[in-house]
Design a protein around this ligand. Structure first.
Ligand SMILES: Cc1cc2nc3c(=O)[nH]c(=O)nc-3n(C[C@H](O)[C@H](O)[C@H](O)COP(=O)(O)O)c2cc1C
Length: 142
């Protein structure tokens, strides 16, 4: 299975989550590429069976949660017919930002198979666990 993980990160947490997801997918036997949104390989993306797209949670902690830098996320080539897992990182409260990222990606042509925000302090646990869950659900459906 070819897995591409695309991330938009300002301070490194989402990039780290992407790398951890990539490590877990590689350990499960997938061919993996981890890319910032600014450096996407079109051929690699076209050949992907599963794409993870991640960004950070923007908001006012208690309300107004939304995916950060959605303008950049929308620059990803259209994800028609791709199975996509949305991930985010947050500090304390993601609100419903993961659902909103999922909506952005669906609007971009993706079939979203999962959406989750990961606590930036627990990435070592939460990122590989999310990757394992998504891989299991995708291979069960194949
Ligand atoms: C402008 C701004 C708003 C933020 N709002 C929230 C928020 O509402 N809830 C939250 O849990 N974290 C919030 N955060 C924290 C980030 O989501 C968190 O640090 C994230 O892991 C950053 O990802 P990055 O390192 O990939 O840029 C905010 C950060 C910034 C810069």
């Amino acid at each position: 299975m070819n897995v591409v993980i695309i991330h938009q990160s300002r301070t490194g947490n989402t990039r780290r989550a992407a790398e951890l997801i990539g490590g877990a997918a590689a350990a499960a036997g997938a061919t993996v590429a981890v890319r910032p949104v600014t450096n996407i390989d079109y051929k690699e993306l076209a050949e992907a069976d599963l794409v993870f797209v991640g960004t950070w949670v923007d908001g006012l902690i208690l309300f107004g949660h939304r995916p950060g830098d959605t303008g950049k996320v929308r620059q990803i080539p259209k994800l028609w017919d791709k199975q996509v897992a949305a991930f985010m990182t947050h500090a304390v409260n993601p609100g419903n930002a993961a659902t909103k990222l999922s909506d952005v990606l669906e609007g971009h042509g993706a079939t979203v198979v999962a959406a989750r925000s990961l606590n930036r302090r627990r990435l070592d646990d939460e990122a590989p666990a999310f990757a394992a869950e998504v891989l299991a659900s995708v291979s069960a459906a194949a």
